[in-house]
Design a protein around this ligand. Structure first.
Ligand SMILES: Cc1ncc(COP(=O)(O)O)c(C=O)c1O
Length: 393
């Protein structure tokens, strides 16, 4: 589907629909008049086929206990064969109600209070929260900006592992908020360090389908022909790709049988999750029929990114827009124009935008913002013009 058709057919007004992004502005930002470009969901409705399947199910009117449909996994396998070619096996799979929930579960199951857990900021802030909430020791190895590119600092990463001996590494792949799609070589290097020091890897691949032209997603599961499978837990979900977060259906993949048994034993005691009937139906139909819709979505994200980058570079040339390879989240360094402490005043009070502030992702990232691009271009045009006006005032 071309982007014009996609935008025309799938753009939706979300105000006053109990949307966190649009209807919690007063509560979250103290200003209900802001233009929201923050939390990672979209102003695009699901593929028509998904809407129809849900409508049919709703018309049936029964929402009792349910089964995982027998063809759920086949739908996912088909999607994988057509897209990322990750050879996920059905026996590795358990369901959960969300990827963040799974971060909490995996930490609970595979580490003890006081154990160290390593992450690479700036990174999705629930990675910090889960470590702190679960009273684990936070170990960080910051991603570096080298030659206009965000890269892992592998020397520092290994050194931190040697010193702090973390039990777990939470990898964000593709990376939110930096927009990197890690190459197989980069992943092989970081996974080899973890293997060498026996650090279990939790690979959060929720953004794996949102990859821009010229880049290819490589799952940690396929790196070096699956060499690291035994030391991996993967989490992903249809929720970013198809805008389904509210339907509470996500995946946990554990290839190693011993680790899987440990998780299943833990789950028996702590996690009696029922399946989300509507979440699974929506995901299954989306995986079966959502290819064309996804093409339109990706083209729209790409257009929004190129527009925003070009406008910012033309009007405020010292703003640094990170190279967006994956995710629909654009990472922008405003420090050439705004003192880090004035960022809220400029972006929120003057530009009237609700965005994710850099400091949510790292204490070192004050002065950066993350802008959500999964919205009709008119919203991006408005957001970027408001930002330019505030920066040049
Ligand atoms: C890296 C990452 N993991 C997890 C999530 C949230 O997943 P869920 O809604 O399934 O908890 C997000 C949402 O933006 C994310 O960026």
């Amino acid at each position: 589907m071309d982007k014009e058709t996609f935008i025309r057919q799938y753009s939706v007004e979300r105000k006053q629909t109990d949307s966190l992004k649009w209807d919690a502005l007063e509560e979250r930002f103290g200003d209900s008049e802001l233009l929201p470009a923050w939390v990672a969901d979209m102003e695009f409705s699901v593929p028509e086929t998904v809407k129809n399947a849900l409508a049919e199910r709703v018309a049936h009117g029964i929402f009792g206990y349910s089964l995982v449909t027998t063809d759920y996994f086949n739908a996912y396998k088909g999607w994988q064969e057509r897209h990322e070619q990750t050879d996920f096996r059905e026996e590795w799979l358990s369901f959960s109600t969300g990827v963040v929930q799974s971060l909490y579960d995996i930490i609970d199951c595979f580490t003890e209070k006081g154990d160290a857990v390593i992450i690479q900021p700036p990174v999705y802030y629930p990675f910090f929260h889960v470590i702190q909430d679960k009273q684990r020791q936070l170990v960080t190895s910051d991603i570096q900006f080298v030659n206009q590119r965000y890269v892992m600092d592998l020397e520092d990463f290994e050194q931190k592992i040697i010193v702090h001996q973390p039990k777990l590494y939470i990898l964000c792949s593709p990376h939110n908020p930096l927009g990197r799609v890690w190459t197989e070589e980069e992943l092989a290097a970081v996974l080899a360090i973890c293997e060498k020091h026996q650090v279990l890897v939790l690979s959060d691949e929720i953004h794996s389908d949102i990859v821009l032209t010229g880049h290819r997603f490589c799952s940690s599961a396929t790196v070096a022909n699956g060499r690291f499978l035994d030391n991996l837990i993967l989490v992903n979900s249809p929720s970013k790709t198809f805008n389904l977060a509210g339907l509470l259906n996500s995946h946990v993949w554990i290839p190693n049988e011993k680790l899987r048994t440990q998780y299943n034993e833990w789950a028996k005691e702590y996690k009696q999750t029922e399946f989300s009937l509507l979440g699974q139906l929506a995901a299954k139909v989306a995986y079966e029929t959502g290819d064309d819709w996804t093409t339109g979505l990706l083209a729209t994200i790409e257009e929004n990114y190129h527009y925003a980058k070009a406008r910012l570079e033309a009007e405020v040339p010292d703003v640094v827009v990170a190279d967006l390879q994956g995710t629909y989240l654009m990472w922008v360094d405003l420090r050439a124009y705004v003192a880090p402490d004035a960022i809220k005043e400029v972006v929120q009070d003057k530009a009237k935008l609700a965005i994710d502030f850099g400091e949510w992702f790292s204490p070192e990232a004050k002065g950066f913002i993350r802008i959500n691009l999964a919205t009709p271009p008119t919203n991006i045009h408005q957001a970027i013009e408001q930002l330019i006006a505030a920066l040049t005032a």
